[in-house]
Each structure stands twice: as C-alpha cells, then as structure tokens.
Design a protein around this ligand. Structure first.
Ligand code: ZN
Ligand code: ZN
Length: 151
C-alpha cells in the first residue's frame, strides 16, 4: 500500500522545481521534477558561461512555466543553429535553452534552480571541444564527442 506523504518517518526533501535569475526579475517553475542532466563542453557554453562546461537539466518544455520576467528574457541564437540560449538581460544569468523548432525540447541550467533539483549529471557532451585548460574529470560519466541524442 502507498503511505500517505505525511506518514513518512524521515523527511525526504522534495526536488526543487522552481528557479530564478540572479536579480530575481525572471522566475520559473516546472510542473514535474527533472529526470536527466548532463554537462555540456561545447564552445558556445564556454563562451556564454565563461567556464569550461555547463551543467544543465533536460526537461520536457511542456512542463515549463515562466512566472515572471518575460520581458527580461533574451535569447541568443548562434548563427550556426542550435538551441536558443535564454538569459536575463538585466543580470546576465543564463536560465534555460530551447529548440526553436520544437518547444518540447528544453534544458534548464542547473545553477538556476532555487534548490536541489534532485537529479545528478550522468553524461558529458561535446567532449571533443573541451577547454584545454581544464581536464575533464575522471568521474565515470558517459561521454559523447558531440551532442547526446534526446531520448
Ligand atoms: Zn535577472
Ligand atoms: Zn553547450
């Protein structure tokens, strides 16, 4: 039988499904917890983050709700294609990305969540483009030379 939620002996924190930018102008939530996450080592992520890799959660875009700041969200679309990279134009926080041709395909930047989204990165994509100044850690995560196909 299924125990009612409040009957649990140990409190298990609910995964965070909400997030925001640094200035708080943009807020969002997901209607479902996240199930997949990974690191992206592509050069676009290096440029936009100023770091070696970007941790992001893959989500079903239909579960995404923008709660505030629609006018602040700016998208960067690389001339060579790829997902639109959305950030707050006030504070510069990168928040999520989306496939312009398929709204169901989105990713949320892990650092944008308010709390622990529960999921952990399980793969590294675009490792052929990894920054030479930061070796990829020998962490056993599955590696992909280019993008990892969406399941
Ligand atoms: Zn902001
Ligand atoms: Zn990337």
């Amino acid at each position: 039988m299924a125990w009612p939620r409040r009957a649990r002996l140990f409190a298990v924190p609910e995964p965070s499904t909400s997030g925001r930018c640094g200035c708080g102008g943009v807020r969002f939530e997901l209607t479902e917890p996240v199930h997949e996450a990974g690191y992206c080592h592509c050069t676009r992520c290096q440029r936009r983050t100023g770091t070696a890799a970007s941790a992001q959660a893959r989500i079903d875009g239909t579960t995404f709700r923008l709660l505030a700041g629609e006018d602040l969200v700016t998208g960067w679309r690389h001339p060579d294609g790829g997902f639109e990279k959305c950030f707050c134009r006030v504070c510069g926080s990168h928040l999520f990305s989306r496939n312009p041709d398929d709204p169901a395909q989105m990713s949320v930047r892990m650092g944008a969540f308010d709390g622990d989204p529960g999921v952990r990165p399980t793969f590294r994509a675009f490792v052929d483009y990894a920054a030479p100044w930061e070796p990829i850690p020998d962490d056993g995560l599955e590696r992909f030379t280019e993008r990892k196909a969406r399941s």
